[in-house]
Design a protein around this ligand. Structure first.
Ligand SMILES: Cc1ncc(COP(=O)(O)O)c(C=O)c1O
Length: 1009
């Protein structure tokens, strides 16, 4: 019965087409659009676009006139709002009779271009901000609008949402709990809420009314349409509507809401007294929505539009309720530029007048100065991860410091971003990937276990509790106080001794100077070096015996307002922690004083401070999964490699003119990885130096100068290396191949000169051709240099047999074959230890670089006895640093770690999995044109249907992956290839993380073609 009603009044596109022709004399394409009340159509004539709105039978004419007036009113502002057009009789509101003789009102509005918010992906902070601004602009433009209809009774007006109370039974038990929680609080604040200012508000910034610009990288909101819900109400309700819809589907609802609040406030200043309600009003708008859906579902089961926002609305309601209302309020205040906690300024002013000595806290300690221990992410005092995670060691280091600096209290750490909060409890999925809680909110006092702690001020015990999880506070005392002017505040004492649990009790009065606790030991304090964590809170939020001691850095302004710096009371020089230099400061210096042709990764450069395995950790403690760095071969700051270097450096570092076990030891281990023909090693300091030496050797052996190299090949930064690097001399600032360099085409099987059958032969013919060229000039070939998988060319795998044919041709002409393994070596390609072994060839010279020192400047040239003999012509080869005992200790350890941790096997296993999964991703996202590589030396190209390279999309992908905490790099002839060459400890989980984020970004608007 009910469904028949809807189908009777429904207007079909053919009918709409006729109406447009009859009433407006307009013809064109027609498409039906979603709408709750009107039946809306887009009409596209040859020159213009319109929106045709056909009302329901019972529509109120006066209400339609009101809508027209409001559109006219805002047409005087600079808003992008729809215009109203008259019909052929000059009427702005026309009427027709439908098949059942009902009057149906018809209107024609201008079409506003743009993408619907609901179709936009991704929705980033800037877009949310721009939504807030547009909504705020409308609120400003509507100020002063008057019409009797704005005072109507209206279900969608949050101020009138009490009507929803009687429909609670429509929902499940769980849903009822959520709904009644918000309804009760809505009821409870009516007195103050009703006193808030009122104005005419748009009231309907839902995701089908928001239009977004066509810019797919940095989109902005261009308009918010449909003024039909405008009402005279509290403006904070208008903002609540915008928030309610725009945060749907976001992992972090609050973080998504904040830019909307900031944007709105920028255009339409919000008042402090309005903000406490906002959290509840967002929920009430969603409650109106879900109640409407439930009611309408009963009335019109086949109207699917009504159901569109029901599911996400429930999702938001459920998660919104889990947030702390006060914390949300403080965040909203912060987003408007007010101090996040309303008492912050008054508290700070009071604190300035106080004279609280730290001797009050620790009367048993004898100190006359305070010294801050540097524990920020990049702190060298903390040392390696394995060191700071060794609590005994850290305790020992602190004890040593106490001996070295007597009469000193070691204290600090307020707002310090620290690397050691690494358990899952310190992470969350944010709106751009994982986020890490790293910023310390209290001050730590590094004093011995059992140090007595006395009350620094009068107070009362708020809670006493053992927060006993690993890396938690252990026994914790929280006191409640009041300033002289009546502001409540709390102090937290964490990592205490268990004896506290019997020493004081909840509610007990504490007088300044009273003994209240002792510093705990490692076994009872949450597993930390003994210390007191002291924190001030202006609000306990919903916490009873605990309070976060560490915050997310992107939310620090709110948390630091809630938890002021304890040193505002103590006022000790030396207690404030390490201050990070701003990126701007670093950039400005760099621009002026560092080499001008140095480049930086990413549009917004990163400042990395620490490495750990497959991760690089930035200055804020955010972990980036590094899929780029084949230098940190066995993992960033691998503890064994670090230790090998540190230990040898402490004993001896000199040059290779002295005998040393490390030199021989490393050489032996390295040569064992090679076929026996390659049995002599020369140690150098960089890949460039290795290739430079290889070139000298080649020239010495052949007495010739002419080299053959591959297009887009890169072999190093020295003069001779640049001369054989087409990547450089054929690129920006280059001047083409020098006289003695002969370039053969990149043997690319996907988009290169030859594809399909006989590719290897076809590409190898160019080597013969170049040899002929050299001979024609009456010169001889010196050699041929080639990577085993061409890296800068975009991870291009060589066709099967190519290297064999190439080597045959080169050797026939008397030349030497150099395998540049600077990128591909040391087990990375999985099947074999060296890349050339994939091709069943033995080079005359192999150059090794990046991975062998795991970040330490170490490289090598390995060659045959014949080549080495020819090079040893009497002129000494001296290299100041090459082969020093420290470098050799490191190189040897790297080789051993590769073996011990089976990293070559890992490269094969994880690499195969990743390649297979990338190939299946390719089926879903055809923009991935080619997936290639071996082991953990992989790459994929982005192309359109005709294999045209898509460099901008590759760069977008790399930058978006960075936003999600994954580092990738682009390269290749056309800069459209993504390279994957992570530290070899890259695990299956890491591969899955990479794949998950790739899938996510491939779905974004800019990645479509
Ligand atoms: C293939 C290849 N060879 C040589 C080099 C030069 O090595 P380095 O930068 O250590 O001098 C590089 C550096 O990227 C390289 O990729």
């Amino acid at each position: 019965m009910m469904s028949a009603d809807y189908s009777h009044i429904k207007v079909l596109p053919e009918q709409a087409k006729e109406i447009a022709k009859n009433l407006y004399n307009l013809e064109g394409e027609i498409k039906s659009l979603p709408g709750e009340l009107d039946f809306n159509f887009r009409l596209k004539t040859k020159t213009e676009s319109y929106i045709l709105k056909i009302g329901r039978p019972d529509e109120d004419l006066e209400y339609l006139e009101f809508q027209q007036e409001i559109l006219n009113y805002v047409s005087n502002s600079n808003l992008n709002a729809p215009k109203v057009f008259p019909d052929i009789h000059g009427k702005y509101i026309s009427s027709i009779k439908d098949a059942e003789e009902n009057t149906r009102y018809v209107r024609l509005l201008s079409w506003i271009d743009g993408r619907l918010w609901s179709s936009v992906n991704p929705i980033k902070g800037e877009l949310l901000f721009s939504l807030g601004r547009e909504a705020g602009k409308i609120a400003k433009a509507l100020e002063g609008f008057k019409h009797s209809k704005v005072h109507r009774s209206f279900d969608w007006d949050i101020a009138q949402s009490e009507w929803t109370f009687k429909y609670l039974e429509l929902f499940s038990k769980e849903q009822q709990e959520i709904v009644s929680y918000f309804q009760k609080s809505f009821e409870s604040f009516q007195k103050d809420y009703k006193k808030l200012r009122k104005t005419v508000i748009h009231n309907d910034a839902n995701d089908n009314n928001i239009l977004v610009s066509d810019n797919l990288i940095d989109p902005t909101v261009t308009a918010i349409i449909d003024y039909g819900d405008a009402i005279y109400s509290q403006p904070i309700n208008d903002l609540a509507v915008a928030i309610a819809y725009a945060i749907m589907g976001k992992p972090d609802l609050l973080a998504a809401a904040l830019p909307i609040v900031s944007g709105y406030h920028k255009e339409f200043s919000l008042l402090e007294e309005e903000l406490p309600f906002l959290y509840h009003l967002v929920a009430m708008r969603l409650i109106i929505s879900v109640t409407k859906s439930a009611l309408n579902k009963q009335k019109e089961p086949d109207n699917t539009y009504l159901l569109i926002s029901e599911k996400p609305a429930w999702d938001v309601l459920k998660r919104w309720q889990e947030l702390d209302a006060n914390l949300v309020h403080f965040n909203f205040r912060g987003a408007c530029g007010f101090s996040a906690h309303p008492d912050e300024i008054a508290f700070l002013n009071w604190a300035k007048t106080q004279d609280v000595s730290l001797n009050n806290l620790f009367p048993s300690l004898d100190f006359n100065q305070v010294f801050s221990l540097d524990m920020h992410v990049g702190s060298t005092w903390l040392g390696h991860e394995t060191e700071y995670n060794d609590i005994e060691l850290t305790t020992f280091k602190i004890n040593r410091l106490q001996v070295e600096k007597p009469n000193t209290l070691f204290a600090g750490g307020y707002l310090e971003t620290r690397p050691f909060y690494s358990t899952k409890a310190y992470q969350k999925e944010g709106n751009s990937g994982l986020e890490y809680r790293t910023m310390h909110l209290g001050v730590d006092f590094w004093v011995n276990k059992n140090t007595p702690i006395h009350a620094p001020f009068d107070g009362q015990v708020y809670s006493i509790y053992n927060n006993g999880n690993n890396k938690d506070y252990g026994p914790t005392l929280i006191l409640e106080h009041k300033t002289d002017n009546g502001i409540p505040f709390y102090t937290l004492y964490g990592h205490l001794s268990e004896s506290i649990l019997n020493l004081v009790r909840k509610g007990q009065k504490i007088n300044k100077g009273d003994l209240m606790a002792y510093v705990g030991n490692i076994n009872e304090n949450g597993s930390w070096s003994p210390h007191l964590h002291f924190q001030i809170m202006l609000d306990m939020l919903d916490y009873q015996q605990d309070f976060p001691g560490v915050a997310f850095p992107n939310n620090v302004s709110v948390w630091s307002s809630l938890c002021p710096n304890p040193n505002v009371l103590f006022k000790y020089d030396g207690m404030d922690s390490h201050q990070n230099k701003s990126n701007k400061e670093l950039l400005d210096f760099r621009k002026k004083h560092l080499g001008k042709s140095l480049s930086l990764s990413y549009k917004q450069p990163l400042k990395m401070e620490r490495g750990a395995g497959v991760y690089l950790i930035d200055v804020f403690g955010r972990r980036y999964l590094d899929t780029v760095n084949n230098v940190a071969h066995v993992g960033h700051e691998h503890p064994r490699v670090v230790k090998a270097g540190q230990e040898q450096m402490a004993v001896l570092n000199t040059n290779s003119r002295y005998l040393h076990d490390n030199i021989n030891g490393f050489a032996k281990e390295l040569l064992e990885t090679f076929p026996q023909e390659l049995s002599v090693v020369h140690f150098v300091n960089s890949g460039s130096e290795a290739n430079e030496l290889a070139l000298r050797m080649t020239k010495a052996f052949t007495k010739a100068k002419d080299m053959i190299a591959v297009e887009i090949g890169y072999h190093g930064n020295t003069n001779a290396c640049i001369d054989i690097s087409s990547y450089k001399f054929d690129g920006k600032g280059g001047q083409g191949a020098p006289e003695h360099t002969h370039i053969v085409p990149l043997p690319d099987m996907f988009r290169g000169l030859y594809q399909g059958e006989n590719t290897a032969e076809n590409y190898a013919k160019h080597i013969d051709e170049q040899i002929e060229n050299i001979h024609e000039k009456d010169r001889n070939l010196a050699g041929f240099i080639c990577e085993s998988i061409i890296s800068c060319g975009g991870q291009v795998e060589l066709p099967e047999n190519y290297l064999k044919l190439a080597y045959q041709a080169v050797r026939k002409a008397g030349g030497l074959c150099i395998a540049d393994e600077v990128q591909t070596g040391c087990g990375r390609v999985g099947h074999t230890f060296w890349g050339f072994q994939l091709h069943d060839v033995i080079p005359d010279i192999v150059t090794i670089g990046k991975p062998i020192g795991n970040g330490h400047p170490l490289a090598a040239v390995v060659c045959t006895q014949e080549v080495a003999n020819a090079f040893a012509n009497g002129m000494e080869y001296f290299n100041t640093f090459g082969g020093n005992p420290v470098s050799c200790a490191i190189g040897k350890e790297v080789l051993q770690v590769i073996k011990d941790e089976k990293l070559q096997e890992n490269a094969l296993k994880v690499g195969n999995y990743l390649k297979k999964e990338l190939i299946s991703l390719q089926k879903k996202f055809p923009i991935i044109g080619d997936v290639r590589g071996q082991g953990l030396f992989l790459g994929f190209e982005l192309v359109d249907k005709n294999k045209n390279p898509l460099a901008e999309k590759a760069s977008y992908l790399a930058n978006r992956m960075k936003d999600y905490g994954i580092l990738m790099s682009t390269d290749g002839k056309d800069n459209n290839a993504l390279k994957i060459k992570p530290p070899m400890v890259f695990s299956m989980d890491n591969a899955d993380e990479l794949l998950t984020r790739l899938k996510q970004i491939f779905q974004e608007d800019f990645m479509k073609f």
